[in-house]
Design a protein around this ligand. Structure first.
Ligand SMILES: Cc1cc2nc3c(=O)[nH]c(=O)nc-3n(C[C@H](O)[C@H](O)[C@H](O)COP(=O)(O)O)c2cc1C
Length: 260
């Protein structure tokens, strides 16, 4: 058996979980290829027995980069099984229910639909900030959860978390309100004169939204607020609303395949 895992990850959480999936499936001699969500090729998908899709929750639902992927996906008659997981700061989310619904309409069979609580990378806007030991404990429990999920999948069990349609409707309403505010909120990102022009943020912005002008990084209008630039800057020179941010993702972000 062979699977492909499509993911988007702004600051490493979703990729960290993707790596765990790969590791746990290997224990059953099942190979998982990891693929960036923008690299969808229909021809390639047909070679796999099952698909895994992972993404962070942005304003209750998946980011646009993920809904674009879903829109591009062709219908299938193969009954291909899918594992859908979201990562988010809260204990649960209906985002995986949303994605599973889209996949079902296309003929896929979402057999696992879960939400995984990970460190909140946007704690300076909403929610709780985790300290180092809380992050460590969280990762241990997530590791266990993936072990159980992979076992369930191998045994053909169905797992569907956060399946409430009322909650999903509520999430859609909130998402509509907040996603309209992204252009305005992203204007809160700026760099200080301490910027050493190393180019790490520029090379790794998933939107190609950063350039250097007048000696420091400038952020343009394509930002999706993934926050990679803030958490990745080696000298922490990127500000949100002029404030210095504690880079709580600075270790976990290293799991991304970064352009160093
Ligand atoms: C713009 C934005 C919106 C977010 N909205 C939510 C949310 O609605 N609910 C939640 O629990 N976490 C929310 N988060 C936190 C992230 O979902 C969480 O930290 C996620 O694991 C980040 O994954 P990544 O590191 O793979 O990008 C949000 C983060 C960002 C950047």
């Amino acid at each position: 058996m062979k699977g492909i895992l499509y993911y988007f990850s702004g600051t490493g959480n979703t990729k960290w979980v993707a790596d765990r999936f790969k590791e746990k499936f290997q224990l059953y001699n099942v190979d998982i290829d990891l693929a960036y969500i923008q690299s969808l090729e229909e021809r390639k998908i047909k070679k796999y027995d099952f698909i895994i899709i992972g993404f962070p929750v942005h304003w209750k639902l998946p980011p646009k980069i993920v809904t674009n992927f879903l829109n591009r996906l062709n219908n299938t008659k193969e009954n291909t099984r899918v594992i859908v997981y979201s990562t988010q700061g809260a204990s649960s989310s209906s985002a995986s229910c949303f994605v599973a619904g889209c996949l079902k309409k296309k003929g896929y069979v979402p057999s696992i639909q879960i939400s995984i609580k990970m460190p909140n990378n946007f704690y300076f806007f909403i929610g709780k900030k985790y300290n180092e030991s809380e992050i460590e404990n969280l990762l241990v429990s997530v590791d266990k959860k993936i072990t159980n999920i992979v076992e369930s999948f191998i045994k053909g069990r169905i797992v569907k978390e956060s399946n409430s349609l009322i909650r999903l409707q509520f999430s859609k309403v909130l998402n509509n309100v907040f996603k309209g505010r992204v252009p305005k909120l992203s204007r809160n990102i700026s760099s200080t004169k301490d910027c050493v022009k190393c180019g790490l943020c520029l090379r790794n912005c998933p939107q190609g939204n950063i350039t250097f002008e007048n000696g420091h990084a400038v952020f343009h209008s394509k930002c999706i607020l993934c926050l990679r630039c803030i958490h990745i800057c080696p000298i922490n020179a990127i500000r949100y609303r002029g404030k210095k941010i504690d880079q709580t993702q600075k270790d976990i972000i290293q799991v991304l395949d970064l352009n160093k």
